[in-house]
Write a protein that binds this ligand. Structure first.
Ligand code: TXD
Length: 313
């Protein structure tokens, strides 16, 4: 039986961490692609040389040519540029949408059966671009945001109560922006609703921290988070590769669910061997529904701004 092939497009901070996790978790052979010469080759060789120590024997190659991603089962995309001083959101959208155009065209041509997980920011626009340009079915193009944002929510609740993160379940819905929606009514600690354990005002502060958690890391690191986003995307890849039917909050293309049509929004989905097999609709409180509507309206604005750089739907 052939090993699964995992193509990582972008060999920067997240891309390198993804490769490391793929090797440690023995998910398959890894192809690390980047436009910068030497970067993917160097990281791949470094990881290969860890194989004898850790006991993994996957093929790990670094490359600057898309021919090497031929037939990949999973593609995880982190390629892109961060915003630089003096760059408008439109400039970033234009630059990263162009990059996505190139990446998506190559994935479409060389890995036409792949399950594609997009991580690049601005996430909601980039996953839309990937879907449009590949023309893949919606089940095979998904964005990573909610798994990470929910993990952050769980982390902060566990810290507050001094309990294991394993005891906390939580979901965060909506777009991958400051208006994401930590859903308090579905947050539980060992099966107990979180509102029974933490006062409302304190939960407000914790949820505000969740919404700003990306920025909190940027302020400390001067670059964005990379361990946790990589772990989040790997969980999604594993759910696909092992046909886990795992319920995870992901950016999925909605066609009527949650009253949204034609936009990628973070919602709970079932990921299995068929990719995004199903969107799960949950009942929200009035305030949560309102917050989700606000978040969706910002996704619409973002995608509308990206529209001029995208092929027509
Ligand atoms: O949860 C989430 N979705 C995120 C997203 C959480 C944190 C960070 N998030 C975003 O992921 C971040 O804003 C970036 O847009 C991506 C990747 O973050 P990373 O930290 O890995 O960025 P790097 O280190 O700059 O790596 C990006 C690589 C870099 O090596 C470039 O040379 C490469 O992308 N790059 C390209 N690769 C392929 N093809 C093209 N055209 C290309 N252009 C740049």
């Amino acid at each position: 039986m052939a090993r699964r092939k995992i193509a990582l497009i972008g060999a920067g901070m997240i891309g390198g961490t993804l490769a490391h996790l793929c090797a440690l978790k023995r998910l398959g052979d890894v192809v690390l692609f980047d436009v910068v010469e030497g970067l993917p080759q160097g990281k791949a060789l470094d990881l290969l040389e860890a194989g004898p120590i850790e006991g993994f024997d996957a093929q790990i190659i670094g490359t600057n040519t898309y021919d090497d991603i031929e037939g990949a089962d999973v593609c995880i995309v982190t390629a892109g540029l961060p915003r630089k001083p003096g760059m408008s959101r439109d400039d970033l959208l234009s630059v990263n949408t162009k990059i996505m155009n190139d990446v998506a065209t190559n994935i479409r041509n060389r890995a036409p059966h792949a399950f594609v997980i997009v991580i690049t920011n601005p996430l909601d626009a980039m996953v839309t671009a990937m879907k449009r340009i590949t023309g893949f079915p919606k089940q095979r193009v998904v964005g990573q945001a909610g798994v990470l944002d929910s993990a952050r929510y769980r982390t902060f609740i566990a810290m507050e109560l001094g309990v294991s993160v394993a005891s906390v379940s939580a979901i965060v819905l909506g777009g991958h922006g400051d208006d994401m929606v930590p859903v308090r009514s579905y947050c539980h600690v060992g099966g107990v609703p979180v509102e029974k354990l933490i006062a409302a005002a304190r939960l407000d502060a914790i949820e505000a921290r969740v919404r700003q958690a990306g920025g909190e890391i940027v302020n400390l690191l001067k670059t964005s988070a990379f361990y946790s986003p990589a772990h989040a995307a790997i969980l999604m890849a594993e759910a696909y590769l092992y046909d886990r039917k795992q319920v995870l909050p992901c950016a999925a293309l909605l066609e009527g669910e949650y009253g949204v049509d034609g936009f990628y929004v973070g919602v709970p989905v079932v990921i299995g061997g068929g990719g995004v097999e199903r969107v799960i609709e949950i009942e929200l409180t009035g305030a949560e529904r309102k917050a989700l509507d606000v978040s969706v309206s910002h996704v619409r604005e973002l995608v509308t701004a990206a529209e001029k750089f995208l092929p027509t739907a």
